[in-house]
Design a protein around this ligand. Structure first.
Ligand code: ZN
Length: 445
């Protein structure tokens, strides 16, 4: 079998060498050389300017946030977390970055930062915290990664690799899936694929900065030790829900010891507040549905084991506690899809749409379910609705084409397939698109 990429490029009069040259030129665009690290003042290999950091953030963070079931609809909680974060940002080394602190609906335990200052914490991790000082420590640590430009450095390398293989689309794309098995795509467009993985040195520096920022903002440094204690105990139990957290932010006893030592010595004079009651008040809505969030965590664990019957029991339990929860409905939709119960998958996806009409992912799941039940026109409308909410995902071009093909509209299908092949040239979907264009006489083999 021929790799479709070069076949397709040949149809456009390009050979393999042209293709590689083109890719290398594109990669060279990122090589803006060394920049001064705002924290250390030292020069550092930086493949990205500040404007590029912001750009990369704006392009990528919406996909991660959507794959984490969107920003919480609890506006009070969202505003509270942003307020705590902004106080810390004001005392950081790069106070002028366009920071935005979010709570995402995902239930696994995680927090992450994008290089332009988008910082998110999941509902799962917020339930593990006991006071505002711990929250400030968590956000301060993420802020540390942005300030020391760890994320930019990481992403520069990732982007470079992407550019060299010529697959910019892979950043938002999905790999290894076939038409027969769309289940993999439902999981998450990159559970962690878009996140930077930090080194132990990065973690050390981010902890150091996080502790500095939270005490400067008036919090009790003991909160930082509490956060480390919590992470240390999770790292020992290793529940399924923390995999991404610790694969991106390596945890160690040393991090805990370092924090204890710093608080005992350098910060012994800092007597800030923990703000426990305020934290409990602001997160009361989360605590009310704690049982549902834990059931979702259990359900995701069963999904990971491909025990879909077991997962369904957990998601049912979550829905009994929180029937209007977007995440619970959508997780159930994915589970039913995996069980090939497509009608039910569609019904739960529609409930998710109703629970959170602005969020994109439920339209993708509904669209996939409708492709399976051969309701191609409805599927096409779902993909359009997805596209409005989360634009520029090249994979959608393929699915629109596929829905049009199913609905026997060859010309429209061909147009989407051709547009898809302009951005994605590898994988089973590109192959399908390419083969159809040849079959239908739009391309010569
Ligand atoms: Zn970290």
């Amino acid at each position: 079998m021929h790799p479709p990429a070069y076949e397709w490029l040949r149809a456009y009069g390009m050979n393999r060498r042209d293709f590689i040259r083109l890719s290398t030129l594109a990669a060279a665009g990122f090589l803006s050389g060394c920049a001064t690290n705002p924290v250390t003042g030292r020069s550092q290999l930086m493949l990205m300017s500040e404007q590029e950091e912001i750009q990369i953030d704006r392009q990528n963070s919406p996909y991660q946030i959507s794959s984490d079931y969107g920003i919480t609809q609890d506006r009070g909680l969202e505003a509270y977390v942003d307020r705590v974060g902004q106080q810390l940002a004001a005392v950081s080394h790069r106070p002028r970055m366009p920071y935005r602190f979010n709570v995402v609906n995902a239930t696994y335990i995680n927090a992450y930062a994008f290089p332009g200052g988008t910082i998110s914490a999941t509902r799962g991790i917020l339930l593990k915290l006991n006071d505002e000082a711990e929250l400030a420590s968590l956000l301060g640590h993420e802020l540390g990664h942005v300030n020391a430009r760890h994320t930019a450095h990481q992403m520069s390398q990732a982007m470079l690799t992407q550019a060299l293989v010529g697959g910019a689309a892979a950043i938002v794309g999905t790999q290894g899936s076939t038409l027969g098995d769309l289940t993999a795509q439902l999981g998450s467009i990159g559970a962690g694929a878009l996140l930077a993985s930090y080194s132990r040195d990065n973690e050390r520096e981010a902890d150091d900065l996080g502790l500095r920022y939270m005490t400067a903002a008036g919090y009790d440094p003991q909160g930082f030790v509490e956060l480390m204690e919590m992470l240390r105990s999770l790292n020992k139990q290793k529940p399924n829900a923390v995999q991404t957290l610790f694969s991106t932010h390596p945890m160690s006893d040393e991090r805990y010891q370092t924090a204890v030592e710093a608080v005992r010595t350098r910060y012994s004079q800092d007597k800030g507040a923990l703000y426990r009651e305020r934290y409990m008040d602001q997160t009361a809505g989360l605590r009310r549905i704690q049982g549902a969030i834990e059931a979702m965590q259990n359900g995701e664990k069963e999904m990971g084991r491909e025990n879909y019957d077991g997962a369904a029991v957990q998601f049912q339990q979550a829905l009994r506690i929180a029937s209007q929860d977007y995440t619970a409905n959508l997780m159930m939709a994915k589970c039913r899809y995996a069980q090939k119960r497509f009608e039910e998958a569609e019904r739960y996806a529609v409930s998710a749409q109703q629970a959170y009409p602005g969020e994109a992912q439920s339209y993708l799941v509904a669209g996939f379910a409708r492709l399976q039940t051969r309701r191609f026109n409805a599927a096409f409308r779902d993909f359009e609705a997805y596209d409005v909410r989360l634009p520029n995902n090249p994979e959608i071009l393929f699915f629109k084409g596929y829905a049009q093909e199913g609905a026997q509209r060859q010309q429209e299908a061909a147009r989407y397939y051709a547009d898809y092949l302009k951005v994605v040239q590898q994988g089973p979907q590109a192959q399908h698109a390419y083969q159809r264009l040849v079959q239908w006489g739009y391309l010569r083999q």
